[in-house]
Design a protein around this ligand. Structure first.
Ligand code: GRG
Length: 299
């Protein structure tokens, strides 16, 4: 009989160890500048599904990485994610007052603090990769820093956000929408998976190509599902037109394809992700379950 934890238990364990690892990395809130340090902890701790850390650990399992070596990777991607949410919520961007069921950072603190929280979380992410307790060789660390920088910058997440901001009220084609999301949401999700795998044995070229295909599909699928969830929440609670972003009329997969077609697309992507993993066998079990979780949390 296997003593491998169920997917649900495994998720809980990874979420818990991520919380502890983040807690240990974040600056002491009692040390100056206290308000900034407190606000950083407010932004990061005690919330979120931790999807990116889960993907990093699942990819680490695939490559046989010890969980302690995946921790700093999973913290790094989660810190970048947290920074992006803090900045995205600010009045100059999406202007949101609630995040993870509590006031956003600029509401709880103030705008300059929110700006600095994002800045400081971003740099802490890179520090996490280089201050590794179970130190990798310098070449691996450098490669990881480069991968995370590329996924977060103007050719990754920040670039996708710029396209998103410029597309309010604009009719995008499916290719343009896909391009935006591959960058805005997909790049960091992809990096979480590839960095997690890098914490273990080197994958051969074929394995790496398959994992990268999975990572790209899941990155985009996450956004399709997010659009579906938003549309369902809008129609259920506000009676708004399905698919129009509740706040600023941004294009979404639902506004472009309709709800049923967007659901069909998510299912198709899930099938693609599963098929891509199948040659890995049981080593990819957690990655497969996570793809499933990402789609089925929606409907
Ligand atoms: C400000 C440079 C910069 C970038 C912001 C990712 C992003 C770019 C903004 C987030 C906007 C948003 C709500 C996008 C939809 C998809 C998404 C990333 C949702 C939030 O991620 P989850 O569901 O959140 O993983 P939790 O709270 O679970 O961590």
């Amino acid at each position: 009989m296997s003593n491998r934890p169920s997917f649900k238990d495994w998720m809980g364990q990874i979420q818990q160890r991520t919380e502890s690892a983040l807690e240990a990395l974040l600056p002491d809130p009692g040390r100056a500048p206290q308000r900034l340090h407190q606000a950083m902890r407010y932004a990061v701790l005690g919330g979120g599904k931790r999807v990116r850390p889960l993907l990093a650990h699942a990819a680490g399992e695939l490559s046989g990485a010890p969980a302690e070596r995946v921790d700093r990777v999973s913290c790094a991607v989660e810190l970048i994610h947290a920074y992006s949410l803090v900045h995205d919520d600010m009045p100059c961007m999406d202007d949101d007052v609630l995040r993870r069921g509590k006031p956003t950072v600029h509401v709880e603190y103030d705008q300059p603090t929110a700006l600095l929280v994002g800045d400081a979380l971003q740099t802490l992410a890179f520090q996490a990769l280089t201050d590794a307790p179970a130190a990798d060789d310098a070449a691996t660390q450098l490669k990881m820093v480069g991968m995370l920088a590329c996924a977060s910058g103007s050719r990754g997440m920040a670039g996708g956000q710029a396209i998103d901001l410029a597309s309010v009220g604009v009719q995008l084609s499916r290719e343009e929408l896909e391009f935006m999301h591959i960058h805005k949401t997909g790049a960091l999700i992809r990096a979480s998976i590839l960095l997690g795998a890098r914490a273990g044995r080197s994958l051969d070229a074929g394995e790496l190509q398959r994992l990268d295909h999975y990572a790209k599909v899941v990155g985009l699928m996450f956004q399709v599902v997010d659009d579906i969830l938003d549309a369902e929440a809008d129609t259920a609670t506000l009676g708004k037109t399905a698919g129009k972003d509740a706040d600023n009329d941004k294009p979404t997969y639902v506004s472009l394809l309709g709800l049923n077609e967007a659901r069909r697309l998510a299912d198709e992507m899930l099938a693609d992700a599963r098929a891509t993993l199948s040659p890995f066998g049981t080593a990819a079990g957690r990655l497969e379950s996570l793809a499933d979780y990402i789609v089925h949390r929606a409907f």
